[in-house]
Write a protein that binds this ligand. Structure first.
Ligand code: SF4
Ligand code: SF4
Length: 185
């Protein structure tokens, strides 16, 4: 059976508004793909995701793995001849995917993001050991990367105890504003 592809004409505008960028400026020179250190692990190259957005292919863009594999290193954004902040567009797409309850292509990466945010909310900074432990609990992937964790501990790169920033009250204010903003959406 032939599956019809749905084009959503408002999708591009929503992505532009959320990212503060203009996806329509991309003319597919592929410079971003050439410089991206993670392109091999992506299902679409960075400009391919922009093409999906230009074409209004909401489902395809929000369900792709690229938006989660992207580490926001900004290599592509710096090199783009049209000065498009591609990392900001990936960020906007991740946010839309979560808000719209889309099936997440890389759930483990989303879990990791959540633990980093939780740590910042609790301490005002990241506590790497706790992030790793909580991530393991979420994913039940107990032994993956264990050798790296042990090496980091041996080199004292992982603090056993978390430390809070002094201005933790101000940090809490940021999260209250964020949560209130989300409630009103
Ligand atoms: S470098 Fe910029 S203009 Fe070129 S394909 Fe990538 S996003 Fe589009
Ligand atoms: S910001 Fe994302 S898409 Fe751009 S080069 Fe880095 S990993 Fe690749």
């Amino acid at each position: 059976m032939i599956e019809l592809i749905k084009c959503d004409s408002s999708f591009r505008h929503e992505v532009n508004e959320s990212s503060g960028e203009n996806v329509g400026l991309c003319f597919h020179c592929r410079t971003c793909a050439g410089g991206c250190p993670f392109v091999e692990a992506m299902d679409h190259p960075p400009h391919g995701v922009l093409r999906l957005v230009q074409l209004g292919l909401r489902k395809e863009a929000l369900e792709c793995s690229t938006i989660w594999v992207c580490v926001a290193c900004n290599t592509c954004s710096i090199q783009c001849p049209m000065a498009i902040d591609i990392a900001a567009i990936m960020d906007a797409l991740r946010s839309m995917a979560v808000k719209e309850g889309i099936k997440i292509a890389e759930p483990d990466i989303l879990d990791f993001h959540k633990e980093v945010i939780n740590s910042i909310e609790r301490y005002g900074r990241t506590h790497k050991l706790e992030i790793m432990m909580r991530y393991k609990i979420r994913t039940r992937n107990w032994f993956q990367d264990m050798d790296i964790g042990l090496k980091m501990m041996a080199k004292r790169k992982l603090d056993l105890r978390p430390s809070r920033v002094k201005a933790i009250g101000e940090m809490a204010g940021i999260f209250v504003e964020e949560n209130e903003g989300a409630d009103h959406e």
